[in-house]
Design a protein around this ligand. Structure first.
Ligand SMILES: [Zn+2]
Length: 146
């Protein structure tokens, strides 16, 4: 049975997204992913090397699926992970600011560690919204749902 906190859960999912996107990016060798008809190809930045196929969407919906895959290429996933980590830090900093003004003066790290009785990450709407992206993961808890 998992005893993960919401923040541990969120960080574990973001770490997984990062690892997989970095692996995919290493396969793409820094090239941009583009949809071309039913295929996703890697395109060298400014180069004239022949495009190489990354994925093929025909079996799952053709060009629409290829565009979806290309739109969520590793570079974008890594940007989204960075944005989600910033939003999580922002939520904790906001909670700390409120706690400093009206509460028991816990810092963001203490709030993240669950040490503040008034500002628990499990009830923070912003952190719960970020965790809800991964609601299909077996460790996700229904009580975190918005
Ligand atoms: Zn406090």
């Amino acid at each position: 049975m998992s005893t993960m906190t919401l923040l541990e859960f969120l960080n574990a999912r973001l770490d997984e997204d990062t690892d997989q996107a970095r692996y995919a990016a290493s396969m793409a060798d820094g090239a941009e992913w583009r949809a071309e008809y039913h295929e996703v190809v890697r395109r060298e930045a400014g180069g004239d090397r022949k495009n190489r196929q990354v994925a093929e969407g025909t079996a799952f919906g053709g060009a629409d699926v290829a565009r979806h895959i290309a739109r969520h290429d590793p570079a974008r996933v890594l940007r989204e992970v960075r944005a989600k980590r910033r939003l999580a830090r922002f939520a904790l900093a906001q909670a700390a600011a409120v706690d400093a003004e009206y509460g028991c003066r816990h810092g963001a790290d203490e709030i993240a560690a669950g040490e503040c009785p008034d500002h628990r990450p499990e009830v923070d709407a912003g952190l719960r919204a970020l965790a809800a992206v991964y609601a299909d993961h077996p460790d996700y808890r229904e009580e975190w749902a918005l």
